[in-house]
Write a new protein. Structure first.
Length: 400
């Protein structure tokens, strides 16, 4: 059988659905043709390949390319000064009254040109790519006006064209209420609903998201947005149950959402509903750490009900300025008590599931995109155990 590239002498963590644990193959090979995997498995069971290029991995480990399924990479400015003020004792309320918080990011995002947004986002993306990330989700949500949200989504698409990486874009217009809305959340949601047909027609977003919380939007307001999105064939996902239990997890499951994210306050009913709907629980330990939360997500409930769990950086300027999936895995283990298997699956197979792309990426299986991360490690647990250490040897995207 002819292939373009053949990686031999490797140990594989295939993460394949149906395989036990990490789907480990101790003496494995991966073969790719036209950017897709044609074989990933045991060397002694492989067909006879005639490869244009053969790479000896010399016993290194190969995992699927990493997937960061929840980021806000596109935004203007930064909030480092506010971080400094908080450390000096200023409250969130004091910072907000002085024009800080999400309003400061909104202003900077509105003032930035599209090319400026792309340039700053690419710098953050490069940090993820350097750790083996091959797919990343990018949300809008800091423009909070029709024009600025469209600009942010166009920038997110352009980021995907600027680097060898797959980008999924998400419309998060219902992230916060801008000051000019004068407290009228219903009218603002109407405006975001009215924007959806254009977003769908121009193929600017692969999904629609919202922030369901007392400081953001109510379940009823989110439901109106999600109903409109579903009528246009746009999948949905939800920032849910982060600060309180508004039953966002159950709401997301009721709409067949790809994922519900954060989930610190999710109850058993929500965990069960998500499992039944196939909605992935995306856990975000970076935000938990940065804002000094104390209530951890109900990981044991998710395990008990068979709710799929993913991990992501939640890279954003205000609550999780994190651009490392490796550190995210360590945080998932140390802060949320997730296992090595759960952490590695959470940034590969389950993260792909949370984007609705498990049929294309997330595991080492024939027919999928040849997105690989090759590691200088002795065992997969090193990827979760170490902090501030990047053992990536090579990153392969679509076979190259």
């Amino acid at each position: 059988m002819r292939c373009d590239r053949l990686w031999r002498g490797a140990r594989l963590a295939t993460l394949a659905v149906g395989r036990e644990g990490l789907g480990i193959v101790e003496q494995g090979v991966v073969a790719a043709k036209d950017g897709r995997i044609v074989y990933a498995g045991a060397a002694d069971e492989a067909p006879a390949f005639a490869a244009d290029e053969t790479i000896d991995c010399e016993g290194r480990w190969i995992t699927p390319g990493l997937v960061d399924c929840h980021t806000h990479l596109v935004f203007g400015g930064d909030r480092a000064h506010e971080f400094e003020l908080r450390l000096a004792g200023a409250s969130y309320e004091e910072i907000a009254r002085a024009g800080g918080g999400i309003v400061s990011t909104m202003k900077a995002t509105r003032e930035a040109g599209e090319s400026d947004l792309v340039a700053s986002a690419v710098r953050r993306l490069d940090a993820l790519i350097a750790e083996g990330v091959t797919t990343v989700e990018i949300k809008s949500g800091y423009g909070l006006s029709e024009e600025a949200e469209l600009k942010s989504l166009r920038a997110a698409r352009a980021v995907g064209a600027a680097r060898p990486v797959s980008v999924a874009t998400t419309f998060l217009g219902a992230h916060a209420l801008p000051p000019e809305a004068k407290g009228d959340k219903a009218a603002y949601i109407d405006r975001m609903i009215a924007l959806l047909p254009r977003i769908a027609a121009e193929k600017l977003a692969d999904a629609v998201d919202a922030f369901c919380e007392g400081i953001a939007f109510s379940p009823d307001e989110v439901a109106r947005l999600f109903t409109a999105a579903r009528e246009l064939g746009l999948p949905v996902k939800l920032h849910a149950d982060q600060l309180s239990n508004l039953h966002g997890a159950k709401l997301a499951a009721g709409f067949g959402a790809l994922s519900a994210d954060h989930l610190e306050h999710t109850d058993e009913e929500g965990a069960h509903a998500m499992a039944q709907a196939g909605t992935v629980a995306v856990l975000l330990p970076g935000a938990f750490y940065f804002i000094r939360e104390t209530k951890v997500p109900p990981v044991e409930l998710f395990r008990r009900h068979g709710t799929h769990m993913a991990l992501a950086t939640d890279c954003n300027p205000g609550t999780s300025p994190l651009t490392s999936l490796l550190l995210t895995m360590n945080m998932g283990a140390t802060l949320f008590r997730m296992t090595v298997e759960e952490c590695l699956a959470g940034v590969t197979r389950e993260a792909a599931r949370a984007l609705g792309r498990l049929g294309e990426i997330g595991t080492l299986e024939a027919g999928k995109s040849c997105d690989l991360a090759i590691w200088d490690i002795e065992r997969p647990a090193e990827l979760v155990y170490r902090m501030g250490f990047n053992p990536l040897h090579a990153r392969i995207w679509r076979g190259a």
